[in-house]
Each structure stands twice: as C-alpha cells, then as structure tokens.
Design a protein around this ligand. Structure first.
Ligand code: MSP
Length: 502
C-alpha cells in the first residue's frame, strides 16, 4: 500500500525550533512504522517562502529576499538531516514547478466560478498571515493587529460548509485525535463560513494571480498547494495525474493545532472546489512550550536550537523524549534537564545496558553463536508473548494517533525484559543447556524489541540489530519469528550516558 505523509511547509522567516522539529519527528516515526509494515511511504516537508511576513523578515535582516529564503530553507533541510529524518522530498514554494501548479490550481477554482473579486477590510496579523474578526491583539503572537483594506479575490468558502460537515461526520478518521475533530465540527456547526480573501496587493513577494498581476495569491493558498506540488517533479506543469492517483488518495497531513482551521476547513474546501480528492487524515499535535509560552520566532526567549539538542543527546535521544513525552493533542513544557535525564534513563540505562549486557554474555558463554538446547519453559514463552502483545498495542496506538503511548509501550517492554533478565540471572546458571535456551529466548526477545523500537529510535535499533547479527531488513511481521541459530557481536555500549546537564 502507498502512503503519502506531509509535515507543514514551515515558514522560511527564521531559524527552525523544537516545535517544528516535533511535528516532523511525529511524521518520521509514522513513516518508519508504515515502512516496517511493508508499505511504500513517501514523506515530504518543505518551506513556505512567500508573503509579507517573509518579505519583512528579509528586509529586517538587510538581505535580498531570494537570498534570505535560500538560507532559511537550507537551515530546515540541514536540520532534518541532522535529526536523521527520512525525508523523500523537500518542497519550496519558490520552486518553479510549485509556482506553476499553484497557478493551475487557481485556474481550476476560477473555472468552477468559486472565485470572485471584492474588497476586504479587516484586522490582520502579519505573523499569522491571517485576518482576525475580533480583538485588537493577535491571540497567538500577542502583537497589535494591523488594519488593512484592500481589493481582494475571494474564494466562496461559504458554499462548502455543509459538504465539510458531511465529510467530517462520515469520515471519523479525517481529523485525529477525536477531540480536534469535535472542535472543528463545533466551529462549523456554530458559524456561518465567510468567504476567504485569497489574494493580496500589500506585497509583491508571491505568486501572481492569473490574469490580475496586481495581486499575489494569499500565502496560505500558495502553501497548501505545496502538498500537491511536492508530487509534481520539475518540468511538469500542472497536476501530475499519475502521482495524484498513486499517492494523493493516501495522504496524511501532520500538523500543529495552531493551523487546524487552515487544514481541516479551508484546504478541504479548496480541494472540493478544485474537484480533487480530500486527504485521508489530518493528525494534529499540541504545542511545545517554554515556561508556558508557545515556542515562536517572535518570542526570542523561547528559541532553542533543535540541532544543538540533538548534538547533545543524539537524534534518537531527542526523538524518544519528544515522542514519548508529548501526548498528541496536549502541550509539553520543554525542559532541558528532563531531556538529558530521560535519555540517560531510557536509552543509556534501560535499553542500552540491556543490549550491551546481553551481547557480552553471548560472546562470553557461546563465542557469539549458539542454538536452543531444550524445549522452552513457560516463563520463556510468556516473555516472547509479552513482546508480541506490545507490538500489537503499538500498532493500535499508531492507528489511533497515540504516538506517545506507542513510544511508552516500547520503553516499558524493554523494562520488562530487563526485570526478566534480572530474575532469570543467566550469569548464575550452571546448566549449559538451560543457559543456551534462555539466551536463545532472550535473543529473540531483543530482536523483537529492535523491531518495535524502530519507529522511535531507528539508528540505535539498527546498531542493536547489528549487535544481534540480524541481517534481514527489519519487518513488523517478523515479530515472534524464530531462528535456529542465533548470534551476537559485542561491541561499544549501545547508547553512552550523556554527561552534559543543565
Ligand atoms: N507555513 C505555515 C504552514 C503551512 S502548511 C501548508 C506555518 N508555518 S510555521 O513554521 O509557523 O509552523 C508550522 C508548524 O510548526 C505548526 O503548525 C506546528 O506544527 C509546528 N509548530 C510551530 N510552533 C510550534 C510549537 N511551539 N510547538 C509545536 N509545534 C509548533 O504555520
């Protein structure tokens, strides 16, 4: 089965922060999970490079806007590399194929008469690139809203309210977790939708509106279309029908809760208007906060460099901490000491020591290769069943968009194997036959652990598999699979303790 996974197309207005990293890590763990299931998965991310917000940021930096977005976009790309995130395509809204597709998309809406020209007046937050209907301060950025009045092209969003409600009601997995779905339904049921102003004259930095070059497209329309254009290779003008059929129908958008309305209301309505299929799911995560404040470029005190965090605790340390700590839909107050402590507890002690201790025993007692010598006692069978059950629960949690619960299952499974070893005390068993059988069971248990841990700490699990001399490509269906001969290769500690703190 094919699956197309997307992260938001991040604003190229400043440096990436842990909030961006978090959404991307969630998407990455899904990609790895689906790939283990045998699916053909494509993960895309990218940068949102047009609009007044970017233009102003470039001006403030004293840099030509084209150079500015090149540099910012490069930082995001470098970060995903540093975090070992398995990205298949990095879209940029300044890419010519994207610009061509956004133009074609607009023309599709115009052909359906879902676009008309009017006058917009309202209070605008440049950082959100969004009009607000009430209040004089942006609720997200806590900055005064600016009064704008401009001629604008409008999208007939109001036409789509009933169709949106019907779609969300009949597709329970369209918005996950369910609390977010209820929120969107309540919004749609409680409000008449106003038509959406989808062009701007206040900036030239954007994609010109076809046939009216005094306007550029509203940056959110431009950016949302990036999900489609990432499927269009360079040189293909317009929608690439083949990719659309192959990938688009299996789309999951991973987003933060701040951009839910754009993805769950505007985007599906735009797609309906363009007569294109809707994504399958929108998976919504909460915010990371620092001392209760949302991490944001506009709030310098909250800015923390994710690459520096990954350099301190390793990409897998950061992945496990974020994935395990942030229940989707809830917020996490970031704390550096907890990150270091959590990495040491989970990765260095619980998981790392488990593998290192086991491979040392395998090398010491069996010169790194042995077979089972007797039937498995009940305790050994139970241990193997524990791992199979954990694998089942993890799969269920991914299905329900409960990534934190999935990651915790993995860590708890490792803890259970540790207490089993502690009790079985293989280092005290004089009977060689029993020892060989016990160690055989443990080998399989750890092999299973490498599979269920792969979505969260892929690099560490790849090294763990090498230490268990497992050469087959990892596959979820191999949980519980047994081998006659097992082997170990003891080496450096799997995950060294992190010394840095504070
Ligand atoms: N450019 C738009 C998205 C267009 S998608 C077609 C945008 N960019 S953004 O850079 O401001 O943020 C994108 C996403 O980053 C947020 O929705 C969220 O997923 C993530 N986060 C940004 N700040 C965050 C936190 N403090 N915490 C968690 N995630 C947050 O919006």
């Amino acid at each position: 089965m094919k699956r197309y996974l997307t992260t938001p197309i991040y604003y190229a207005s400043g440096a990436p922060h842990p909030g961006h990293a978090y959404t991307t890590l969630v998407a990455d763990s899904y990609k790895r999970f689906y790939r283990l299931l045998g699916d053909d998965v494509m993960l895309i991310t990218g940068t949102d490079e047009h609009g007044q917000k970017i233009e102003r940021a470039a001006a403030a930096a004293g840099t030509p806007v084209v150079d500015f977005v090149d540099a910012r976009s490069g930082e995001f790309e470098a970060l995903w590399h540093a975090l070992d995130i398995d990205v298949d395509f990095f879209e940029r809204t300044t890419r010519p194929a994207h610009r061509a597709l956004a133009t074609a998309f607009w023309q599709r809406l115009a052909a359906r008469e879902d676009i008309y020209r009017g006058e917009y007046e309202g209070l605008y937050c440049v950082d959100c690139e969004q009009y607000f209907t009430e209040g004089d301060t942006c609720p997200v950025h806590r900055k005064p809203l600016e009064r704008f009045s401009e001629p604008s092209w409008f999208f007939r969003l109001s036409r789509y309210r009933d169709a949106l409600i019907r779609h969300i009601e009949s597709h329970p997995r369209f918005i996950l977790p369910a609390a977010r779905r209820n929120e969107v339904l309540a919004f749609l049921n409680g409000n008449a939708l106003r038509d959406l102003a989808i062009s701007r004259t206040s900036t030239r930095w954007g994609i010109p509106v076809p046939g009216d070059s005094a306007h550029v497209m509203y940056v959110w329309v431009d950016a949302l279309v990036a999900y489609l254009s990432a499927l269009s290779p360079d040189g293909v003008a317009g929608l690439d029908e083949e990719s659309l059929q192959a990938w688009w129908r299996q789309t999951t958008h991973f987003i933060g809760k701040d951009i839910l309305t754009f993805h769950a209301v505007y985007w599906p309505a735009l797609l309906m208007a363009a007569d294109l299929p809707l994504p399958q799911s929108i998976v919504v995560n909460g915010w990371l906060t620092v001392e209760g404040r949302k991490i944001a470029k506009s709030d310098p005190a909250t800015m923390i460099d994710p690459a520096e965090l990954a350099a301190t605790v390793g990409p897998d340390g950061l992945k496990l901490y974020f994935l395990k700590s942030v229940s989707l839909g809830q917020d996490l107050d970031f704390n550096r000491a907890q990150l270091v402590h959590g990495t040491n507890t989970d990765l260095a002690n619980n998981i790392g020591n488990l593998f290192s201790r086991f491979t040392a025993l395998g090398d010491q007692h069996f010169a790194g290769e042995w077979q089972r010598q007797s039937a498995l006692p009940a305790g050994d069978r139970e241990l193997l069943a524990t791992l199979a059950a954990a694998a089942g629960r993890i799969a269920g949690h991914f299905e329900q968009a409960e990534v934190a619960q999935a990651a915790r299952e993995f860590v708890e499974a490792a803890a259970r194997v540790n207490s089993f070893i502690q009790q079985a005390a293989p280092w005290q068993i004089p009977d060689r036959e029993r020892l060989a059988t016990l160690m055989w069971t443990l080998h399989h248990t750890l092999a299973d652990l490498t599979l269920i841990g792969m979505p969260f700490v892929p690099e560490t699990m790849a090294r763990a598999r090498a230490a268990l001399c497992l050469s087959a490509p990892p596959a979820w269906r191999d949980v519980g699979r047994t081998r006659d001969v097992v082997a170990t290769r003891h080496g450096a500690p799997l995950y060294p303790r992190i010394k840095a703190a504070g």
